[in-house]
Design a binder for this molecule. Sequence first.
Ligand SMILES: [Zn+2]
Length: 282
Amino acid sequence: MVIWPDERLHDPVSPFPEEHLGSKLVRNTAGAMIRSMYKHYGVGLAAPQAGVPFQIFVMDAFWTQEGNKKKPRVFLNPKITGVGEYVTELPHPGEGCLSFPYDHRAPVQRHDRVELEWLDFKGNTHHQWFDGYESIVIQHEFDHLLGFCYIDRLSPLKKDMALRRARKMRRAYRNGMRGTVKMFKKMQNGPEAVVNRNKRFEAGTPQAKLRRAAKKHKEGIENGTITTDIPSGDSEVVDSRPSSRVSEEARGLVQREDARGDSQRVQLPVSDQDQEGDERAS
Ligand SMILES: [Zn+2]
């Protein structure tokens, strides 16, 4: 797992070259990413987080809620081709990310629906509208492919606070300051809220409240009672973001340029090497 502040998280990745599609290498990469996602109790994982230099993300938005039934999906060279009318966000404490092991979370404004176009292993094109929680996960993972993390979509003030907290947390981990680590975990509802989704939590604990809120939110989106008052007019959404480039790209208004011309020469990793321990310690 590539952990913030690793620079690879800020590098946009290139589309899979045609000749790779259908290869065993691509399947192995997807398989490794899916295993890694489940292992870390995540609902999605994008290429930069796995050190993969090509546009691929995997998702299984509801596996932790639906009796652990696993239905992984793989998206190659995805493009967002349409967005819904409203913005939405997960209730407090909001979105988390496997690349932020300090359990920072924050509600992030997202489109309530997105239309995605992507390729499968054979290179066939697919289109589908996603809404609710899946739409949020897709936008989160899609951002990763462009070199953005969810904190990049927070207001400058909130982002600054989040980064300061993450840095302090990292320092505390490195220096073995257990008291500080514990305090931060408590402040942020504990890593259990992200990592240990299968655990039963006692009623009244922040984790139990979080899970109930997320469930309610999901139901609300499903039965149409949750929508926000902010009209889609792009200005609301675009202005709240750090870089209007992100939104323009997300809408396909501008062509994404490959920042790393050499990325196609990078070998695809085929094994699920977990370096989290090393990266935390180093
Ligand atoms: Zn993430």
